[in-house]
Design a protein. Structure first.
Length: 396
């Protein structure tokens, strides 16, 4: 895609470098349009090296090739990061007194802005009004985040993290094939308390489940994420409920599932819990050299959801297996999807270094007949999108 990144003159302009880098690494052709003020904060050579293209600033350069409209006409997406209060006001008014203003007006591409300014400026009625105007025109506003600002102050106004800006910007280009669908995702790993300070748990971080939730939001779905001990931050674009144990997760899923068109059970669930939880810390003086724990079986949440599924509801299970042999792995998956009564099963290999907590994943998706409907490998975000492709195909 041809992406124009507009950089305007705020101290956060140095962070635009990471936004540009993220978009370039995602395989896009990035053209930077920087305002004069932006170049007081970050050097043109830096922007050119990172974007791998010439950086444009001057409205009166390249006049013969009608550059003031050509850049906008060629863009598939415009991302403005940081967007200062002044540049937001100019965008809202439709001013074209610089190259960026002309580029935006000459373009039919979606526009994403990431505001950055002091809290007082962000909350000023003029800025609030300008943001409303831009939103009503379909502009996507990412952030601002709440946190430390340039001076000693902190509050809303900090530029959203570059990774998040890249993700939100690219989400605008995603197919909107889940609009009107409600998707319930569980993520993370349940923990079963032994005493007030200890638990039995697993190494699931929640990254794959969160990636699914994010991908579903990007494709237009209304998403509820039930997170069991998530080690990742969740965005404001989805409803998030936090749970700890398997019984808590089971109750939350049971409550939320009737409303969902799709249920994705990505959480790693503890199959057993201690029969009793000690009220006080278990002490070595009392337990001695050996400690035997009595565990009782937890309910199978996924199988229960399968039994009580609503009409047309699609249920997606996961299977975490350590089996190394591909055929044996597939056989385990085929047996599991039948046992669980789900429509799709995402089979992934886990181990000491695979699956849990990692950035990437490799999965095979099976249907109820045991047929392979999709295989994917890559970042958890890429894998999430391919899994949703398989879900969308079932709606069709
Ligand atoms: N699951 C569940 N409730 C449980 C155990 C698992 O809902 N008590 C769900 C998981 O969220 C996952 C799927 O079932 O979607 C398979 O989980 P997995 O741990 O691979 O399988 P188990 O059911 O635990 O079976 P086994 O231990 O024999 O592999």
């Amino acid at each position: 895609m041809n992406i124009v990144v507009g950089v305007t003159g705020g101290i956060a302009a140095y962070k635009a470098v990471n936004v540009i880098r993220g978009l370039v690494l995602a395989g896009h052709d990035v053209h930077v349009v920087a305002t004069d003020a932006a170049l007081r904060f970050v050097g043109k050579p830096t922007l050119e090296a990172i974007s791998r293209n010439i950086v444009h600033t001057d409205l009166y350069e390249g006049v013969a090739e009608v550059r003031h409209v050509a850049i906008g006409q060629a863009a598939d997406l415009i991302v403005i990061a940081p967007a200062t209060a002044n540049s937001i006001a100019k965008l809202a008014a439709g001013l074209a007194d610089d190259l960026l203003g002309n580029t935006v007006l000459a373009s039919r591409a979606p526009v994403v802005i990431a505001p950055a300014m002091h809290t007082e400026m962000w909350q000023h009625p003029a800025t609030v009004h300008n943001i409303d105007v831009l939103r009503s025109r379909g502009v996507t506003v990412v952030g601002p985040a709440v946190g430390q600002l340039t001076g000693a102050d902190s509050g809303p106004g900090r530029l959203e993290e570059p990774d998040e800006i890249v993700r939100a910007a690219l989400a605008v280009l995603e197919p909107k094939d889940l609009v009107g669908r409600r998707i319930l995702v569980s993520a993370g790993g349940t923990r079963e308390a032994l005493d007030p300070v200890r638990y039995l748990g697993n190494r699931s971080s929640g990254k794959q489940g969160l990636a699914l939730a994010r991908a579903a939001v990007a494709r237009g779905a209304e998403v509820t994420l039930i997170g069991a001990n998530l080690e990742v931050q969740t965005p404001a674009s989805m409803r998030v409920l936090h749970v700890g144990s398997t019984l808590e997760l089971a109750a939350a899923m049971r409550d939320a599932a009737p409303e969902a068109d799709v249920v994705i059970m990505a959480a790693a669930v503890a199959d057993y819990r201690p029969e009793s939880v000690a009220e006080a810390k278990i002490k070595k003086e009392t337990t001695g050299d050996r400690l035997t724990l009595e565990l009782v079986k937890n309910p199978d949440i996924l199988a229960g959801l399968g039994e009580s599924r609503g009409p047309g509801q699609i249920i997606v299970g996961f299977a975490a297996e350590t089996e190394q042999d591909r055929d044996a792995l597939l056989a385990l998956g085929r047996a599991k999807i039948v046992r669980k009564g789900s429509d799709l099963l995402v089979l992934n290999r886990v181990g000491w270094t695979e699956g849990f907590g990692t950035e990437g994943n490799t999965v095979v998706v099976l249907d109820r007949l045991g047929d392979i409907v999709m295989e994917a490998s890559g970042s958890k975000q890429t894998v999430a999108d391919r899994i949703l492709d398989a879900v969308v195909a079932r709606f069709a």
